[in-house]
Write a protein that binds this ligand. Structure first.
Ligand code: E4P
Length: 216
């Protein structure tokens, strides 16, 4: 499963990119606003930090506006993936932009039928939002299983990009469900390494090495 980091904070992205564990970046207008920086500038900087796909979202809601913004975003760098909302205009724009060779991430997916439409529109990625479904007491992970089955039934090559990941357990369940990619905030990705028995074991090994005067 590929790991994308869901942030527009370039310092966090640079730190994580240095681990070699990150395969791409996702942003959204809320994350860009939080960075407090100009949109095109921050996307260009992120694109230079990773060779993987960097999702940059349009803010237009009509077809012509999305196409204009999408083409502008795609010119920033060759690894820009244009992020479009899951609306009829968004799907129409997806068909046009992917036809021009631009990668498209269709976002704000909350149902299997929406994911089916995105695949038919030629989306490169579909972003089902797990955490936001859990927030309203639905089972976000069930959606990943449903989409996996539908895409496998018809051999769609749209990649399932599990989004709105809030916990380490979400990451594990996405991997078990066969998501192609997951995107999570930096803190969630960093938390995956933690286990109390790792800390305890290391402490004991180091204490024993010190007692025995072991040098490597
Ligand atoms: C993904 O592309 C979105 O930016 C993100 O995962 C949304 O997460 P949230 O529901 O925690 O805001």
């Amino acid at each position: 499963m590929k790991f994308f980091v869901d942030t527009a904070d370039t310092k966090d992205i640079a730190d994580l990119a240095a681990t070699g564990l990150i395969d791409g970046v996702t942003t959204n207008p809320s994350l860009i606003a939080k960075s407090g920086r100009p949109f095109a500038e921050v996307i260009a900087e992120i694109c230079a930090l990773t060779s993987g796909p960097v999702s940059a979202e349009v803010v237009a809601t009509d077809y012509d506006g999305m196409i204009n913004e999408g083409r502008k975003l795609a010119k920033i760098a060759s690894n820009v993936t244009v992020k479009l909302p899951l609306t009829l205009d968004g799907l129409k724009a997806c068909k046009t932009l992917t036809g021009e060779g631009t990668q498209v991430n269709v976002t704000l997916c909350f149902s299997a039928n929406q994911a089916l439409l995105a695949a038919k529109a030629g989306a490169t990625f579909i972003s089902p939002f797990i955490g936001r479904l859990d927030d309203i007491h639905l089972d976000g992970m069930e959606l990943i299983h449903e989409i996996r089955q539908i895409y496998d039934n018809y051999l769609f090559d749209t990649e399932i990009l599990a989004a709105s990941i809030r916990t380490a357990n979400h990451v594990k369940l996405c991997a078990l469900a066969g998501a192609d990619v997951m995107t999570a905030p930096p803190a969630v990705i960093k938390s995956l390494v933690n286990h109390p028995l790792t800390d305890k074991g290391l402490e004991t090994f180091l204490a024993d090495a010190k007692k025995a005067g072991i040098k490597v």
